[in-house]
Ligand binder design. Structure first.
Ligand SMILES: Nc1nc2c(ncn2[C@@H]2O[C@H](COP(=O)(O)OP(=O)(O)O)[C@@H](O)[C@H]2O)c(=O)[nH]1
Ligand SMILES: [Mg+2]
Length: 318
């Protein structure tokens, strides 16, 4: 960010639907730019209304293809749509993102669609802070729905996906997914399971496996039972069922006051991640960063216990 006065102008341009302004704002979020607090303040009044849908699952399962089809369905329904493809990996690899962009090409020239890939390369709060902020940029730009594609590989990515209003977990036959899904804690976050690549052998077995696991989980009366739908995203098949399952979940949330609860959880994770990021940064700069090194040396040599050292470190931060 070059000058302070750029912020209101940039936000105004994004509000007017200038895709370059939107792209710039998302980049500033990724980089953890010092102007972010002012950007967030300028955007706040326009946010909190968009529907946020998370898509997660193993690489290659069909998230981008499904996203592309969902964008089509949402555009047909007259919605303005934002897509965030969240890449937890280094910005220099870029391969997955390239594939994402290719698979979402259908909408590249549609002014009602913003597609942005994002990492959290410079953001102190990591993906948990950067993603909701980028969602807010897209909301500020007038998106009614924001789709967040995250690779479901690590705990952080799973957490990011689970911050959506509705979370879709994609599985595909022959990837040992059902078991892996449980391991990665994905079962708990799914509102809707999509068994994609239903054109392949083994899709029925994957479908049965996941239904079986859902059946085993304990649920309180009135609690949401994850839906399972089959799809062949490359052919657009089953997407009506995916949309219907999302709508069903949305109605359930409305009836149970769950939407507000989820949004508060999302805000909570975001605020916490920002605060921890700031704290971590200050710890690094406390008395020139030497404080931690000095304490660490004493802890390593048995001269000081780690709790006392942590107390001492925190005293230097305010
Ligand atoms: N056979 C089959 N292939 C699919 C289907 N959906 C996606 N693919 C292919 O699977 C590959 C990975 O898809 P992509 O959407 O990029 O997966 P992502 O990594 O989860 O985003 C691509 O070559 C797609 O064309 C499907 O329903 N059936
Ligand atoms: Mg993808």
């Amino acid at each position: 960010m070059r000058r302070t006065q750029d912020v209101p102008e940039l936000v105004a341009r994004a509000r007017d639907g200038d895709p370059r302004a939107v792209a710039r704002l998302v980049s500033l979020v990724e980089d953890g730019d010092p102007a972010l607090p002012r950007i967030a303040a300028a955007l706040a009044q326009y946010t909190g209304r968009a529907q946020v849908i998370g898509l997660t699952g193993a690489p290659g399962v069909g998230k981008s293809t499904t996203t592309n089809e969902l964008v089509r369905a949402l555009r047909d329904a007259g919605k303005r749509v934002g897509v965030l493809a969240v890449d937890p990996s280094s910005p220099f690899t870029g391969g997955a993102i390239l594939g994402d962009r290719v698979r979402m090409q259908d909408h590249a020239t549609d002014p009602g669609v913003y597609i942005r890939s994002m990492s959290s390369r410079g953001h102190l709060g990591g993906l948990s802070a950067a993603t909701p902020q980028a969602v807010r940029v897209l909301e500020g730009a007038g998106c009614d729905v924001v789709l967040v594609e995250t690779v479901g590989v690590g705990q952080a990515e799973v957490e990011v996906a689970s911050l959506a209003d509705t979370t879709l977990v994609l599985l595909a036959p022959g990837m040992g997914d059902a078991v892996q899904a449980v391991k990665a804690g994905i079962l708990e976050i799914a509102d809707v399971f999509v068994v994609n690549k239903a054109d392949r052998d083994g899709a029925d077995a994957t479908y049965r496996d996941i239904q079986g696991m859902i059946g085993l989980a304990e649920r309180k009366p009135g609690e949401w039972r994850p839906q399972v739908v089959r799809a062949v995203a490359v052919r657009g098949e089953g997407l009506d069922d995916v949309v219907a399952a999302i709508e069903k979940h949305r109605r359930w949330m409305d009836e149970h006051g769950e939407l507000q609860a989820r949004r508060e959880r999302r805000a909570c994770a975001e605020v916490e991640a920002i605060a921890l990021g700031v704290l971590r940064e200050r710890m690094g700069t406390v008395r020139g960063g030497a404080a931690l090194a000095a304490l660490a040396a004493r802890v390593a040599s048995g001269d000081l216990d780690p709790y006392a050292a942590a107390d001492d470190l925190l005293k230097g931060i305010e």
